[in-house]
Ligand binder design. Structure first.
Ligand code: 5GP
Ligand code: MG
Ligand code: MG
Length: 183
């Protein structure tokens, strides 16, 4: 066991993406959004809980007029999806004719967004794009495409930078990945 590993409950995680790498990518994404949405006033809709740190960092990098609102959806229990998406806090913002940027922590199977997107489109926004901190392309089961992705990662469980394992680990400043038993 090396000093950089972290143990949360029954699982051990190893460092995967550094704070600096994250900061650089998030700054790049913010710069791209500033460019793509220049002259418009997009509304970010961040999906709680996992995206709150990413959303805060991304939002601070925006120099255009932009708003932010939050919804709370959950489909995960422990380290695997329960397959059921539950809306714990719904949408209160008026999004009709707004340019919406959905902010996710991670697209895994894509089920969460697949179920949430019709709710967004049903309110007649001017446009919708998705920005996600992480994506697991090999786990994708639904036709959900992010316009902006900070990192494509392998199909293993990760924690840190807002993402949790059973409610813990969100405050880790960089991203950690589940350690293989063989390591
Ligand atoms: P999906 O509906 O795309 O399968 O899963 C989306 C949600 O599952 C994410 O927003 C996130 O909350 C959770 N999730 C998926 N993969 C991981 C992971 O590797 N680590 C953590 N902590 N959460 C994950
Ligand atoms: Mg999420
Ligand atoms: Mg979670």
């Amino acid at each position: 066991m090396t000093a950089t590993e972290v143990t949360i409950l029954d699982k051990t995680f190893v460092p995967y993406i550094t704070e600096q790498e994250i900061a650089d990518r998030v700054a790049d994404m913010a710069a791209q959004i500033n460019k793509d949405y220049e002259g418009r006033k997009p509304l970010l809709i961040a999906i709680l809980n996992g995206s709150f740190i990413f959303a805060a960092d991304l939002f601070r990098g925006l120099h255009i007029d932009a708003g932010i609102s939050f919804v709370k959806l959950a489909s995960y229990l422990g380290t695997s999806s329960t397959g059921k998406v539950v809306t714990a806090i719904g949408m209160d913002a008026n999004i009709t004719d707004r340019h919406i940027i959905i902010v996710e922590d991670i697209i895994d199977t894509g089920k969460t967004l697949h179920e949430f997107l019709p709710e967004i489109y049903g309110r007649n926004p001017a446009s919708v794009s998705i920005t996600t901190f992480l994506s697991k392309p090999s786990a994708l089961q639904y036709d959900v495409k992010a316009r902006y992705t900070a990192f494509d990662i392998e199909n293993k469980f990760v924690v840190g930078y807002g993402l949790d394992y059973n409610g813990l680990g969100r405050n880790l400043p960089c991203l950690y990945i589940l350690k293989d038993r063989s390591e």
